[in-house]
Design a protein around this ligand. Structure first.
Ligand SMILES: Cc1cc2nc3c(=O)[nH]c(=O)nc-3n(C[C@H](O)[C@H](O)[C@H](O)COP(=O)(O)OP(=O)(O)OC[C@H]3O[C@@H](n4cnc5c(N)ncnc54)[C@H](O)[C@@H]3O)c2cc1C
Length: 375
């Protein structure tokens, strides 16, 4: 992959509104910091090639290279990415919490991985009122405290960078698609360091159509409700077209059309709905908010699911064909929408030394553009 430095990260990504706030460039040096949902360069840095640029999920990402590295195959543009199996799941009887967003699959798997020593620590996302906060947790009971979806973009990977600095070498991560993509870049050792060892032992990706700009979301809710008593935020499947906010006084509904105005601009450049660079990807099963859709992508993911099932941490069953079709349709739409946008902005497979957001084969691009209607 082509790697540039912090100056290019600032001009190409941050100033152009392409930053997803994933935290990949945060806490690897004194220069980049995340403050209340925004990533900023605190002092100028003149490095010509930096990890900050190399890890960014919007800067010169070569999906063929990454796909070869993680799946042994090039990126083919298929709606749900490379995978081995797709199932329905929920937490098994050994683990429960009122905080689960849906079936609790994510928390159950991470708690299991910690208990079994598969991971030494887990990078999760907690919250303080509405503000999502990266957390590095080592005790399985802390995993349950971080359960539930925070719909604003979170600098989760800053906690991963801190864990690496602490010398932890078996790290579990729960990541949205942009965070998982940044992590995949980091794990492919883009600066070709001789002593590099992949520190990620388990990556559980979250399905994500978009995430919100924290500051815009906070301002929108100001005066409407008290963020300190919010217990849960949820987005029921279509045709509901609402965001539900549960607080101490009950449930409130906000029109999704208004919420969509608060989505980060960078989300429209993201092709990935199901966190394709993960061992396991988890979303809500449409029509069943108490269950998850679970995509098993790697042998390591398959092994952990099988162990967790045997030991009562996870329950799985077959996914009906109808659900699979709808999931693939939604994921194909996201891919097509984003590729049309990236191409229109001249940021796909650029030549003449110009920098791109994404690179992959014209064949895969053709498959995406020939797919769903992109509405
Ligand atoms: C921004 C966002 C958008 C989403 N959009 C969709 C969607 O379009 N379709 C769909 O099916 N599912 C979506 N999800 C995923 C869904 O909400 C659930 O997270 C998923 O189904 C897992 O459910 P669970 O009960 O297993 O999770 P739980 O066991 O409750 O665990 C949730 C985990 O999510 C992590 N987390 C929470 N917020 C963030 C964040 N902002 N960044 C990184 N990690 C976080 C926590 O660390 C926790 O480990 C989205 C999630 C987020 C955060």
């Amino acid at each position: 992959m082509r790697v540039f430095g912090p100056k290019e990260l600032q001009t190409d990504i941050i100033e152009k509104g392409l930053c997803s706030g994933c935290g990949g460039c945060v806490d690897i040096c004194p220069y980049f910091r995340s403050h209340r949902g925004k990533t900023a360069m605190l002092f100028p840095c003149t490095l010509e090639k930096g990890s900050c640029y190399a890890f960014c999920p919007k800067a010169e990402v070569d999906l063929d290279e990454l796909s070869m590295r993680f799946f042994g195959r090039t990126f083919d543009g298929s709606p749900l990415g490379h995978h081995l199996s797709i199932q329905i799941s929920r937490a098994g009887g050994r683990v429960s919490s009122p905080n689960f967003q849906a079936g609790g699959t994510v928390s159950a798997l991470m708690a299991f991985a910690l208990m079994k020593g598969i991971v030494e620590a887990a990078v999760l996302t907690d919250r303080e009122k509405l503000l999502p906060l990266p957390r590095l947790v080592k005790d399985p009971s802390e995993v349950l405290r971080c359960a539930s979806s925070k719909y604003s973009a979170a600098p989760t990977l800053s906690a991963f960078n801190r864990a690496v600095r602490e010398g932890i070498d078996r790290i579990g991560v729960v990541a949205t698609p942009c965070q998982a993509l940044a992590l995949a870049q980091l794990r492919s050792n883009p600066l070709q360091k001789a002593d590099f060892k992949d520190p990620a032992a388990l990556v559980v990706g979250l399905f994500c159509t978009w995430s919100l700009d924290f500051r815009a979301f906070k301002d929108y809710l100001a005066g409407k409700m008290d963020p300190s008593i919010i217990r849960k935020v949820d987005i029921p499947p279509p045709p509901a077209e609402i965001m539900e906010i549960y607080d101490d006084q009950g449930k409130r509904e906000i029109p999704l059309a208004e919420v969509r105005q608060l989505v980060l601009p960078s989300c429209s450049f993201c092709l990935d709905m199901t966190a394709e660079f993960s061992d396991l990807s988890v979303g809500v099963l449409e029509g069943r908010p108490d269950l998850n859709t679970l995509i098993i992508r790697t042998e390591r993911g398959m092994e952990i699911v099988s162990q967790a099932r045997k030991e009562g941490f996870l329950f799985t069953e077959d996914l009906p064909e109808e659900n699979l079709k709808h999931l693939a349709w939604a994921a194909a739409n996201k891919k097509k929408r984003a590729l049309v946008k990236i191409k229109a902005e001249g940021l796909f497979n650029t030549g003449d030394g110009r920098r791109a957001v994404l690179r992959f084969s014209d064949e895969a691009a053709g498959a995406i553009l020939a797919g769903e209607d992109g509405k």
